[in-house]
Write a protein that binds this ligand. Structure first.
Ligand SMILES: C[S@@+](CC[C@H](N)C(=O)[O-])C[C@H]1O[C@@H](n2cnc3c(N)ncnc32)[C@H](O)[C@@H]1O
Length: 203
């Protein structure tokens, strides 16, 4: 019989198997807890995590016309892919993402760490106590309802010349400065819109 520091080999294997099973169980419980927490807030907001495809992100970045030193937000940033692409296009921006679903936010933090990115990802509901008054560019991909709720906040807070670039959902009651249908393989496509805030007109 093989002994490891006084323990028999079967006893060591059994102990390792028990530890392995506990690690698996804890990982599964953590995963499902994060999944339930994330899907429940998304159900309340009625906005699931659906990442923006690359071609549409590229179109949104064209509309954004990023410049060094600008402050850029993604409201409902998901895994942070739009801000990562923005940072790749113009590394001298300050990019801040708000994502309220904790599981998705953790995923975004992991992506930022993997890429060595400076994008700041905050786990919070952007409808509550978030001030956008320093924003130069805001990206969104949310829902009709969320855009209705955001419009008065934008009117109250956005500075003159701030730009809001949205995927799929319009800002209600406003004429976009630019609009484009981005076509995708298999006949799918999405509209993107760019709005420029003018204090004199909208306030
Ligand atoms: C359709 S996904 C878009 C993700 C990312 N912007 C993109 O384009 O790939 C919308 C995300 O917004 C988040 N979200 C919706 N309402 C929110 C709120 N009030 N506060 C924080 N996050 C929110 C959802 O959890 C979801 O992950």
């Amino acid at each position: 019989m093989v002994h490891v520091s006084g323990y028999t080999a079967p006893a060591v294997i059994e102990a390792l198997a028990i530890v392995g099973i506990w690690i698996l169980l804890l990982s599964a419980v953590t995963f499902f807890t994060l999944l339930i927490l994330s899907t429940s807030v998304q159900a309340i907001w009625m906005v699931p995590f659906i990442p923006t495809p690359r071609a549409i992100t590229d179109g949104m970045l064209d509309f954004a016309e990023l410049k060094p030193g600008q402050i850029v937000y993604d409201l409902g940033a998901g895994d942070g892919r739009v801000l990562l692409a923005a940072e790749r296009r113009e590394p001298k921006i300050r990019a801040v993402g708000y994502e309220g679903a904790i599981g998705v936010w953790l995923l975004s933090k992991f992506r930022m760490w993997l890429r060595g990115s400076k994008v700041e990802m905050r786990c919070a509901d952007f409808m509550k106590n978030v001030d956008f008054s320093d924003a130069d560019i805001i990206f969104t991909y949310l829902s009709i309802e969320s855009m209705k709720k955001l419009k008065p906040k934008f009117d109250a807070q956005l500075k003159d010349g701030a730009r809001v670039v949205t995927h799929a959902f319009r800002v209600p009651g406003m004429q976009p400065e630019k609009e484009r249908l981005v076509t995708m393989p298999f006949g799918r496509g999405s509209h993107i819109y760019s709005y420029v805030w003018r204090k004199t007109i909208h306030n």
